[in-house]
Design a protein around this ligand. Structure first.
Ligand code: C5P
Length: 240
Protein backbone atom coordinates (compact mmCIF):
# COMPACT_ATOMS: atom_id res chain seq x y z
CA UNK A 1 0.00 0.00 0.00
CA UNK A 2 1.78 3.15 -1.26
CA UNK A 3 0.87 6.79 -0.54
CA UNK A 4 -0.06 8.54 -3.79
CA UNK A 5 -1.67 11.92 -4.51
CA UNK A 6 -3.20 14.61 -2.36
CA UNK A 7 -6.98 14.29 -2.89
CA UNK A 8 -8.23 16.96 -0.55
CA UNK A 9 -6.83 19.44 1.95
CA UNK A 10 -9.15 20.57 4.73
CA UNK A 11 -8.62 22.91 7.66
CA UNK A 12 -7.06 20.30 9.94
CA UNK A 13 -6.36 17.28 7.73
CA UNK A 14 -5.09 16.20 4.32
CA UNK A 15 -6.41 13.14 2.50
CA UNK A 16 -4.07 11.19 0.20
CA UNK A 17 -4.94 8.42 -2.22
CA UNK A 18 -3.11 5.11 -1.97
CA UNK A 19 -2.28 2.28 -4.34
CA UNK A 20 -5.43 0.57 -2.97
CA UNK A 21 -8.47 2.46 -4.39
CA UNK A 22 -10.59 1.50 -1.37
CA UNK A 23 -8.20 3.11 1.16
CA UNK A 24 -6.96 6.64 1.81
CA UNK A 25 -4.46 8.18 4.22
CA UNK A 26 -5.67 10.80 6.68
CA UNK A 27 -2.84 13.19 7.68
CA UNK A 28 -3.38 15.33 10.80
CA UNK A 29 -2.05 18.91 10.60
CA UNK A 30 -1.19 21.35 13.39
CA UNK A 31 -3.30 24.06 11.72
CA UNK A 32 -6.26 25.27 13.73
CA UNK A 33 -9.19 27.38 12.58
CA UNK A 34 -12.27 28.71 14.31
CA UNK A 35 -15.28 30.89 13.55
CA UNK A 36 -15.63 29.78 9.92
CA UNK A 37 -11.85 29.99 9.47
CA UNK A 38 -11.82 33.73 10.27
CA UNK A 39 -9.42 32.83 13.11
CA UNK A 40 -6.35 30.84 12.09
CA UNK A 41 -3.41 29.51 14.05
CA UNK A 42 -1.15 26.63 14.88
CA UNK A 43 -1.36 24.30 17.84
CA UNK A 44 2.07 22.67 18.13
CA UNK A 45 1.91 18.87 17.81
CA UNK A 46 -1.91 18.90 17.63
CA UNK A 47 -1.69 16.57 14.63
CA UNK A 48 0.28 14.01 16.63
CA UNK A 49 -2.08 14.20 19.61
CA UNK A 50 -5.22 14.06 17.45
CA UNK A 51 -3.99 11.13 15.37
CA UNK A 52 -3.31 9.10 18.52
CA UNK A 53 -6.49 10.14 20.36
CA UNK A 54 -8.60 9.24 17.30
CA UNK A 55 -6.77 5.93 16.90
CA UNK A 56 -7.51 4.89 20.48
CA UNK A 57 -11.16 5.97 20.21
CA UNK A 58 -11.78 4.30 16.84
CA UNK A 59 -10.22 1.08 18.18
CA UNK A 60 -12.47 1.27 21.24
CA UNK A 61 -15.59 1.87 19.13
CA UNK A 62 -14.71 -0.98 16.74
CA UNK A 63 -14.29 -3.27 19.74
CA UNK A 64 -17.75 -2.21 20.87
CA UNK A 65 -19.23 -3.11 17.47
CA UNK A 66 -19.40 0.38 15.92
CA UNK A 67 -18.26 0.34 12.27
CA UNK A 68 -15.66 3.06 11.63
CA UNK A 69 -13.45 4.02 8.70
CA UNK A 70 -10.31 3.28 10.75
CA UNK A 71 -7.92 0.59 9.49
CA UNK A 72 -4.66 1.34 11.35
CA UNK A 73 -2.32 4.06 12.51
CA UNK A 74 0.61 4.47 10.10
CA UNK A 75 2.86 6.87 11.99
CA UNK A 76 2.70 9.93 14.27
CA UNK A 77 0.52 11.97 11.95
CA UNK A 78 -1.08 9.50 9.57
CA UNK A 79 -3.78 6.85 9.74
CA UNK A 80 -5.06 4.51 7.06
CA UNK A 81 -8.83 4.70 6.63
CA UNK A 82 -11.51 3.40 4.28
CA UNK A 83 -12.43 5.64 1.39
CA UNK A 84 -16.01 6.74 1.94
CA UNK A 85 -18.64 8.90 0.33
CA UNK A 86 -19.38 11.26 3.18
CA UNK A 87 -23.00 12.21 3.98
CA UNK A 88 -23.24 16.03 3.83
CA UNK A 89 -24.47 16.03 7.42
CA UNK A 90 -22.77 16.85 10.71
CA UNK A 91 -24.30 15.12 13.72
CA UNK A 92 -23.79 17.10 16.92
CA UNK A 93 -24.44 15.34 20.22
CA UNK A 94 -24.80 17.40 23.37
CA UNK A 95 -24.68 16.15 26.96
CA UNK A 96 -24.32 19.58 28.62
CA UNK A 97 -25.26 23.11 27.65
CA UNK A 98 -22.37 24.87 25.88
CA UNK A 99 -21.35 26.62 22.68
CA UNK A 100 -24.04 27.48 20.15
CA UNK A 101 -26.76 25.78 22.24
CA UNK A 102 -26.04 28.13 25.17
CA UNK A 103 -26.04 31.09 22.78
CA UNK A 104 -29.22 30.11 20.92
CA UNK A 105 -31.29 29.66 24.08
CA UNK A 106 -29.59 32.32 26.22
CA UNK A 107 -28.55 29.69 28.74
CA UNK A 108 -25.50 29.48 30.92
CA UNK A 109 -22.77 26.99 29.93
CA UNK A 110 -22.39 23.85 31.98
CA UNK A 111 -25.97 22.85 32.77
CA UNK A 112 -26.59 19.12 32.54
CA UNK A 113 -29.19 17.92 30.05
CA UNK A 114 -31.83 15.42 31.15
CA UNK A 115 -31.06 13.35 28.06
CA UNK A 116 -28.61 14.02 25.28
CA UNK A 117 -29.65 16.30 22.41
CA UNK A 118 -28.89 15.27 18.85
CA UNK A 119 -28.73 17.98 16.19
CA UNK A 120 -28.03 17.97 12.46
CA UNK A 121 -26.12 20.55 10.44
CA UNK A 122 -25.67 20.74 6.66
CA UNK A 123 -21.96 20.43 5.82
CA UNK A 124 -21.47 23.50 3.67
CA UNK A 125 -18.74 26.04 4.43
CA UNK A 126 -20.16 28.69 2.07
CA UNK A 127 -23.49 28.55 3.96
CA UNK A 128 -21.73 28.32 7.36
CA UNK A 129 -23.08 24.81 8.09
CA UNK A 130 -26.74 25.71 8.75
CA UNK A 131 -28.73 23.69 11.27
CA UNK A 132 -31.20 21.33 9.59
CA UNK A 133 -33.86 18.88 10.68
CA UNK A 134 -34.85 15.42 9.50
CA UNK A 135 -37.30 16.82 6.95
CA UNK A 136 -34.52 18.85 5.29
CA UNK A 137 -32.37 15.72 5.18
CA UNK A 138 -35.18 13.67 3.64
CA UNK A 139 -36.58 16.26 1.21
CA UNK A 140 -33.18 17.45 -0.04
CA UNK A 141 -31.91 13.86 -0.24
CA UNK A 142 -28.93 14.29 2.10
CA UNK A 143 -29.66 10.77 3.42
CA UNK A 144 -32.40 8.20 2.94
CA UNK A 145 -34.83 7.56 5.80
CA UNK A 146 -33.39 4.18 6.75
CA UNK A 147 -29.80 5.50 6.57
CA UNK A 148 -30.72 8.42 8.81
CA UNK A 149 -32.43 6.09 11.29
CA UNK A 150 -29.24 4.00 11.39
CA UNK A 151 -27.02 7.09 11.80
CA UNK A 152 -29.18 8.30 14.71
CA UNK A 153 -29.19 4.91 16.39
CA UNK A 154 -25.43 4.47 16.07
CA UNK A 155 -24.80 8.06 17.26
CA UNK A 156 -26.69 7.32 20.49
CA UNK A 157 -24.66 4.12 20.93
CA UNK A 158 -21.41 6.02 20.34
CA UNK A 159 -22.51 8.57 22.94
CA UNK A 160 -23.12 5.89 25.54
CA UNK A 161 -19.66 4.39 24.91
CA UNK A 162 -17.77 7.69 24.79
CA UNK A 163 -19.40 9.35 27.80
CA UNK A 164 -18.40 6.29 29.86
CA UNK A 165 -14.90 6.20 28.38
CA UNK A 166 -14.19 9.88 29.09
CA UNK A 167 -15.82 9.72 32.52
CA UNK A 168 -13.26 7.10 33.55
CA UNK A 169 -10.53 9.53 32.45
CA UNK A 170 -11.99 12.26 34.66
CA UNK A 171 -13.36 14.12 31.64
CA UNK A 172 -16.90 15.32 30.87
CA UNK A 173 -17.84 14.81 27.22
CA UNK A 174 -19.84 18.03 26.88
CA UNK A 175 -20.63 17.92 23.15
CA UNK A 176 -19.07 16.81 19.88
CA UNK A 177 -19.52 16.38 16.16
CA UNK A 178 -19.70 13.12 14.21
CA UNK A 179 -19.54 12.48 10.48
CA UNK A 180 -20.59 9.36 8.62
CA UNK A 181 -19.89 7.94 5.19
CA UNK A 182 -20.65 4.97 3.01
CA UNK A 183 -18.25 2.39 1.57
CA UNK A 184 -18.63 1.32 -2.09
CA UNK A 185 -20.26 -1.90 -0.81
CA UNK A 186 -22.94 0.19 0.89
CA UNK A 187 -22.14 -0.07 4.58
CA UNK A 188 -22.23 3.06 6.72
CA UNK A 189 -19.19 3.90 8.89
CA UNK A 190 -18.21 6.57 11.36
CA UNK A 191 -15.70 8.85 9.59
CA UNK A 192 -13.45 11.87 10.23
CA UNK A 193 -11.88 12.10 13.72
CA UNK A 194 -12.80 12.17 17.41
CA UNK A 195 -10.45 14.69 18.99
CA UNK A 196 -10.38 17.87 21.10
CA UNK A 197 -10.83 19.77 17.79
CA UNK A 198 -14.40 18.49 17.46
CA UNK A 199 -15.33 17.65 21.05
CA UNK A 200 -15.82 19.83 24.10
CA UNK A 201 -13.98 18.07 26.92
CA UNK A 202 -13.99 19.45 30.47
CA UNK A 203 -12.00 18.20 33.42
CA UNK A 204 -14.52 16.59 35.78
CA UNK A 205 -13.08 18.11 38.98
CA UNK A 206 -12.11 21.62 37.88
CA UNK A 207 -14.33 22.03 34.78
CA UNK A 208 -11.20 23.29 32.97
CA UNK A 209 -11.71 23.23 29.20
CA UNK A 210 -9.41 20.69 27.54
CA UNK A 211 -10.38 21.34 23.91
CA UNK A 212 -10.41 23.78 21.01
CA UNK A 213 -12.39 26.36 23.01
CA UNK A 214 -9.00 27.30 24.54
CA UNK A 215 -7.87 28.31 21.03
CA UNK A 216 -11.23 29.82 20.01
CA UNK A 217 -11.40 32.10 23.05
CA UNK A 218 -7.65 32.71 23.62
CA UNK A 219 -7.74 30.97 27.00
CA UNK A 220 -4.03 29.99 26.87
CA UNK A 221 -2.47 26.60 27.61
CA UNK A 222 -3.87 25.28 24.33
CA UNK A 223 -1.10 22.72 23.67
CA UNK A 224 -1.20 21.65 27.33
CA UNK A 225 -4.91 20.87 27.04
CA UNK A 226 -4.47 18.68 23.95
CA UNK A 227 -1.50 16.98 25.58
CA UNK A 228 -3.50 16.34 28.75
CA UNK A 229 -6.29 14.61 26.79
CA UNK A 230 -3.64 12.67 24.82
CA UNK A 231 -1.95 11.51 28.05
CA UNK A 232 -5.18 10.41 29.72
CA UNK A 233 -6.48 8.64 26.59
CA UNK A 234 -3.17 6.81 26.04
CA UNK A 235 -2.92 5.84 29.71
CA UNK A 236 -6.42 4.33 29.53
CA UNK A 237 -5.41 2.45 26.40
CA UNK A 238 -2.20 1.37 28.17
CA UNK A 239 0.06 3.00 25.57
CA UNK A 240 3.39 4.26 26.93
O1 C5P B 1 -20.48 25.34 18.02
P1 C5P B 1 -21.36 24.28 18.62
O2 C5P B 1 -21.64 24.48 20.06
O3 C5P B 1 -22.62 24.05 17.81
O4 C5P B 1 -20.50 22.93 18.49
C1 C5P B 1 -20.93 21.74 19.10
C2 C5P B 1 -19.80 20.72 19.07
O5 C5P B 1 -19.56 20.27 17.75
C3 C5P B 1 -18.47 21.28 19.58
O6 C5P B 1 -17.81 20.27 20.32
C4 C5P B 1 -17.69 21.60 18.32
O7 C5P B 1 -16.31 21.45 18.52
C5 C5P B 1 -18.23 20.57 17.35
N1 C5P B 1 -18.28 21.05 15.97
C6 C5P B 1 -17.29 20.70 15.07
N2 C5P B 1 -17.33 21.14 13.78
C7 C5P B 1 -18.33 21.91 13.36
C8 C5P B 1 -19.35 22.30 14.24
C9 C5P B 1 -19.29 21.86 15.55
O8 C5P B 1 -16.38 19.96 15.43
N3 C5P B 1 -18.34 22.32 12.08
Amino acid sequence: MEKENKLYEGKAKIIYSTSDPSLVIQYFKDDATAFDARKKGTIIDKGVYNNKISTVIFELLEKEGIPTHFIRQIDDREMLVKKLTIFPIEVVIRNRIAGSLAKRFGMEEGGELQTSILEFYYKNDALHDPMINEDHIRVFGFAKDDDLAYIKDISHKINRILTGFFDELGIILVDYKLEFGRTPSGSICLADEITPDGCRLWDKKTLKKLDKDRFRWDLGEVEDAYQEVFKRVCKEADIQ
